[in-house]
Design a protein around this ligand. Structure first.
Ligand code: SF4
Ligand code: SF4
Ligand code: SF4
Length: 146
């Protein structure tokens, strides 16, 4: 017999709170298609808190606190933790082609055609998807500010 589980408003609110703790790189190392599907699996009780390498041990502990379960380090077999990075456009070299804007999944780049472009660092998830399309290689990754 299968049981139909309907998401309640409370579940949705919890998914939202978990999702906000996740790094939003959408890398899939947790075994889900992105951060939100992982958050949903956590709420359904179908995933453990240790699945996210980009969140590191601090992220796993934050999830444990939120879900009131025992803390544990993140699962090293899923990937390596590395400190957060963000994209930076070397503005003097930018030719304003807009290709990076089209590649950015979170709209973290602003600029208009033929004008220099800028990354809004707090919005950047460090996914690096803007790097390959840039025809003049003027986007570099750097450590995120704390
Ligand atoms: S491993 Fe972490 S950052 Fe990557 S998709 Fe899963 S929850 Fe998001
Ligand atoms: S790395 Fe580039 S594409 Fe990815 S979020 Fe940052 S600005 Fe956008
Ligand atoms: S892809 Fe490179 S050259 Fe084109 S707008 Fe973006 S940063 Fe500038």
């Amino acid at each position: 017999m299968t049981m139909q589980v309907q998401a309640s408003a409370t579940d949705e609110a919890l998914v939202e709170r978990i999702d906000r703790l996740l790094p939003q790189t959408q890398c899939g190392q947790c075994g889900f298609e992105g951060c939100r599907p992982y958050a949903e699996a956590l709420v359904r009780g179908e995933a453990d808190i240790d699945h996210c390498p980009p969140g590191g041990d601090a992220g796993a502990h934050a999830l444990a606190r939120l879900l009131d379960v025992e803390a544990k380090p993140y699962d090293r077999t899923r990937g390596e933790y590395r400190p957060a990075i963000v994209a930076l456009i070397v503005e003097d070299d930018c030719i304003g082609c807009t290709k990076c804007i089209q590649a950015c999944p979170v709209d973290a780049i602003i600029g208009a055609s033929k004008l220099m472009h800028t990354v809004i660092a707090p919005l950047c998830t460090g996914c690096e998807l803007c790097i390959p399309p840039c025809p003049v290689d003027c986007i570099v990754m750097q450590p995120a500010a704390d």
